[in-house]
Design a protein around this ligand. Structure first.
Ligand code: GLU
Length: 511
């Protein structure tokens, strides 16, 4: 298999890419890289009615953000292009006509009104659904029931027609899915699908097969929702005479809602309390904004690491993988058949792990951006100190600001429970000396902050444990947070002394 693997990701630009789509792209990418193969992207835009402006750009940006590099795409063409089906239009009709000539497809002239009337009649009279299939096609208006001259005349007079696949009557269709094993379907359960529409455009099925073949795709890795179409696709390969070069199929398990009940859909976004899109999406039709992982503060590597484990596992306990490691250990054999429950808490856990080892300078830049947006001025060194104090304690970069506003704001309120438990006359006595000591310090840093306190406590014979939480309360307003002495250093001696004095005044009722 090495070196000649060609996979494709084939999204339709009908809206923002769902995280399920990103996972499909990621698995294709990992598989291609693992085998030294090629990954291409094909835009499946034959259905112009469903075209959404901006969707293609969104797909590009989302894949770039996730680090899913494409070897060939509309934006980076190779020699298998064009990469948009709308630019390949002419190719499809030729194959549909070829199938008609060989008796494997036929022209059908039934209007949609006629067909929907038939559908209604069937449902009403027989209580069953109507299918344009091997039985029905002999009673309908098509080139199987009409003379060649009649067909010719209709076509020449410009009567609209479609081309339908003539599904063989008694045939067992077999395909071996790399994840699911053998799938066997009888042809009587497949209707005579339209291949070419009245406007000359191909349907998804025809275009998808013709393109996969012409582009030399060796492995079709896609979502489970396409499994029901796979037998039809096998039939198409056989009809077109390409059975020997048919790609292998791997249908990925569905992404399920956190409850495990039902598929995680595009509409679930935000309703369940988390995003279902990689990037924020501004709907051009109704102006609605859906949130995205990037804007929510996820790091791209954490996000893709999380996605890689949705439906795939290495079989070990390891969860954190670099992209290179994922490429190394990824295999289709270890993809599960059953749906993967989406666990947003796990996504957050991944982000936290990645944030811990994220370069502090880069995180500081992000923090500075937040501060700027909040109208707070801060120099890089100070921001960096705060960032390193907070880095291990946050899930999202934005929390460096939101969880530690005390770096820029004097507490307006104090945690009453902590005050009740810890604030007392002894504490106030120590802090009165401490505030004065701090104010007079020559070089105030975290060591000095501590030494000054230790000295006062020693003189008074009081243990450190008796005052520490109260000091934190006076400085930050709450009972927990990052290492306190470095916080004091960042705030500086005047601010520390002033906050202590404010707290002594405001908490006087607890003494
Ligand atoms: N255009 C289809 C989609 O939007 C592609 C399905 C396939 O990969 O064959 O998902």
């Amino acid at each position: 298999m090495e070196n000649n693997v060609i996979v494709r990701f084939a999204p339709s630009p009908t809206g923002p890419l769902h995280i399920g789509g990103v996972r499909t792209a990621l698995f294709n990418y990992l598989f291609a890289k693992k085998h030294g193969g090629t990954m291409l992207l094909r835009i499946e835009d034959t259905d112009q009615n469903r075209f959404v402006p901006g969707a293609e750009e969104y797909i590009k940006e989302a894949l770039e953000w996730c680090g899913i590099e494409l070897d060939e795409s509309p934006w980076n063409p190779g020699d298998r292009g064009p990469y948009r089906q709308s630019e390949r239009k002419e190719m499809y009709a030729e194959y549909a006509e070829k199938l008609v000539k060989e008796g494997k497809a036929y022209y059908a002239f039934d209007t949609s009104e006629e067909l929907s009337a038939l559908r209604d009649k069937f449902e009403k009279e027989k209580g069953e659904s109507f299918f344009y299939n091997a039985v029905m096609r002999n009673r309908l208006k098509n080139s199987l029931t009409m003379s060649a001259a009649e067909v010719q005349e209709k076509i020449e007079s410009g009567e609209p027609y479609v081309i339908r696949l003539k599904v063989p009557i008694k045939k067992e269709i077999r395909l071996k899915d790399m994840i699911r094993g053998w799938v066997v379907v009888h042809s009587h359960s497949i209707d005579d699908k339209i291949l070419l529409k009245a406007d000359g455009m191909p349907t998804y099925h025809l275009a998808n097969i013709v393109d996969d073949h012409l582009m030399g795709v060796t492995h079709v890795i896609r979502g489970e929702e396409w499994l029901p179409s796979a037998p039809l696709h096998v039939l198409l390969y056989e009809s077109l005479g390409w059975a020997n070069e048919m790609p292998e199929f791997a249908h990925l398990p569905l992404l399920l809602k956190p409850s495990g009940k039902g598929k995680l859909s595009k509409r679930d976004g935000d309703k369940l309390g988390f995003s279902v899109f990689p990037l924020q999406w501004n709907d051009p039709e109704n102006g609605q904004i859906s949130s995205g992982y990037r804007e929510d503060g996820f790091l791209a590597d954490a996000f893709t690491n999380f996605l890689a484990l949705l439906g795939w596992s290495s079989g070990t306990d390891q969860e954190i993988y670099t992209k290179e490691e994922l490429i190394e250990v990824f295999s289709i054999e270890r993809i599960s058949k059953s749906g993967a429950k989406f666990d947003f808490e796990k996504a957050k856990w991944f982000n936290q792990q990645y944030l811990k080892t994220y370069p502090v300078e880069k995180l500081t830049e992000k923090y500075l951006e937040t501060l700027k947006a909040e109208g707070i001025e801060c120099d890089f060194e100070k921001a960096k100190k705060i960032t390193s104090l907070m880095q291990e304690r946050v899930v999202f970069p934005a929390e460096i600001y939101t969880n530690a506003k005390f770096f820029f704001e004097v507490p307006e309120e104090y945690d009453q429970k902590v005050a009740k438990k810890k604030w007392n006359a002894e504490v106030v006595d120590v802090f009165t000396y401490y505030a004065a000591g701090v104010k007079n310090a020559d070089n105030f840093d975290e060591t000095a902050a501590k030494e000054i306190l230790v000295k006062i406590l020693e003189e008074k014979g009081i243990g450190m444990g008796k005052v520490m939480q109260s000091l934190r309360l006076a400085i930050t307003g709450v009972g927990g947070g990052p290492d306190l002495m470095p916080v004091l250093e960042v705030l500086g001696k005047d601010e520390v002394a002033s906050r202590i004095n404010i707290a002594i005044e405001k908490l006087s009722s607890f003494v």
